[in-house]
Design a protein around this ligand. Sequence first.
Ligand code: GDP
Ligand code: FO1
Length: 315
Amino acid sequence: MKVTALAGGVGAGKFLRGLIRAVPPRDVTVVVNTADDLELHGLHISPDVDSVTYWLSGLSDRERGWGRADETFRALGEVRRLGGEAWFALGDLDLGIHMTRTEWLGRGASLTEVTDRIRRALGVPCRILPMTDDPVHTWIDAVDANGVARSDPFQVYWVGRGARDDVKSIRLEGAADSAPSEGVMEAVAGADVLIICPSNPAVSIGPILAVPGVRDAVAARRDRVVGISPIVGGAPVQGMADRLMPVLGLEVTAAGAARAYRGLLGGWVIDRRDAGLRSSIQADLEIAVGTTDTIMVDDGSAERLAGFALELIHR
Ligand code: GDP
Ligand code: FO1
């Protein structure tokens, strides 16, 4: 069974560790958001690609969700001491990845090629494809506490300012002019099952679907598409999706997250504690809705969740 997953960072990474236990990793392709990529210290940083790579290689920091286990931040400490840009916590091991990626990109390799070389070197057994090789950037238009309008790159809003601004709109710069990276369209068209990971619908999965051609290709496979709600009991399990979903007119519930994917889903997995929403989602979107434990505390629970999602759609 060939499985293609659309993924953000942390929620997706946890889930994908379970998925590659539920199906042979060689049959799995992960298409990852790159719209929150940034350049800092002259380095190309791809947070979601790295989160997925670290989780799948077993190198991730499980507590933090992003970055590496046993990480040190000595270089960052020095940057801070010098008065440099230290708001984004790049660890010493993590920096090694960004340096290598930037070096290879500079020599003319595509982000797809670089991502593949890095995932192989770190022992990731399935394919990881950045959604595009083109520059696509999420910008957050917001109003600060003093009522002043501002516009920030996603990571500045999210990490630099701790998501404290009142968000008015989300812009995807470059999306309309981007193309899916090599392999993405084939991976969508050729999959037996497409999975929308428990990721932020607004800033992780939204950008993937905004790459021209991808949304239509997913919609064409609708009866093979299953998603897992990142919203449990009316709140994100981690992160700040609750600040961004309302901007897109979506209520912060498992039903609101499903509506973000209207016309794209054949099945939707929600948590047991949201069972009360099941029939209304089913009726509204005309899809199969499955109820199970969706909180992933370890690889075993992620594997059970992946198995449940596959069964819901692959009847
Ligand atoms: P980010 O880009 O690093 O924030 O990562 P994602 O977009 O992949 O994931 C963020 C989403 O994953 C959040 O909305 C979380 O609620 C969701 N998430 C994280 N852990 C879990 C979990 O154990 N179960 C479920 N259902 N969702 C989770
Ligand atoms: N998230 C934070 O909240 N603070 C950080 O300093 C931070 C640094 C960081 C460095 C590398 C990396 O790959 C991810 C990092 N993240 C950090 C996570 C990242 O901002 C978010 O998880 C995603 O980009 C949201 O989609």
